[in-house]
Design a protein around this ligand. Sequence first.
Ligand code: ATP
Length: 344
Amino acid sequence: MTQAYLSIQGVDKSFGSFSALKEINIDIQKNEFICLLGPSGCGKTTLLRIIAGLEKPSHGRITVGGRDITSLPPAQRNFGMVFQSYALFPNLTAYQNVAYGLQGKKFSKKEIDDKVREVLSLVDLTHLHDRYPAQLSGGQQQRIALARAIVLSPDFLLLDEPLSALDAKVRIKLREQICDLQEKLGITTVMVTHDQEEALTMADRIVVMKNAEVVQIGTPEQVYDEPNSPFVADFIGSINFLKGDLQGGYSSQRNLAVRPEHIRLSAPGSSSGIQAIVKHVEFRGAFYRLLLQPIARFGIEHGDELLTVDVSAHISHQLGLTKHAEVTVEFPQEKMITFSTEAM
Ligand code: ATP
């Protein structure tokens, strides 16, 4: 890897005796799209605010292009920011909202007009330039907020849950638009989200956080396929942790897990797998999600742990997987995720 563009080095943050961030180290490359992902309260927004200069770290430093910006006020950091709440001026039109940040800088009227028109066209809102925020949908308001954030050609873009106030369809559309824009402008971006699907679909790399710490950094594929702890495995996607005799032939590897889509099902008794009963069937549109109760064998009870299994409609119909049906379950070795005992 080349030298990091935006670098977070040994950042700690305490509020009184409460530790909101502990020893955070993240190196972000130029043009990279990074998602900070983690449960509520893990410190994502605090970290974003420290990058923005809205909050001072208790220890550590932030550099951009090798330059230490830790003690610079926000106005001197040259970044664009978008919040969940749009934060547009209600009494200004879309055009005026975007132009606002350019006024008072050394731009001529013509330059301002050119820049505003260019970014409005980038977010596909030229035709709505004279509407007030109240006359725009949530998705359109957020695109104006985005236009306003990029109009000053910032060095980096900070997005704080920009999609969470929008409904599902608009959110998915805007995901694509943000990614396209980020790629087109080649702008280094850090986005906070607690939505794992958003992080998986948008990020070049995901920083997974838990209790004020970074627990894993990797591409979406790495954090999904090779989670380094049960927490990451469970937070990103669904996972089955295999206990007791369900580990069968894998007993040398003590801590095992498997994704619902990797469990193989076949007709009852058709292989050496474990027998199970279908307890619950959920139709998920593109697939079925089943909850299976392994059947006690050799006097060994499996307890109440149900296995979560995702199967295609084709397999589900072929095996007649309705409630109470019996099925054989196998765990393909190459799909098993293993954790060291320390990770548990
Ligand atoms: P969410 O997804 O809910 O926004 P988050 O991961 O962004 O959560 P932060 O907002 O960074 O979490 O907050 C991290 C922790 O720091 C929380 O426990 C929060 O209560 C605490 N915290 C944040 N700001 C302050 C503050 N100004 N004073 C005291 N505690 C704070």
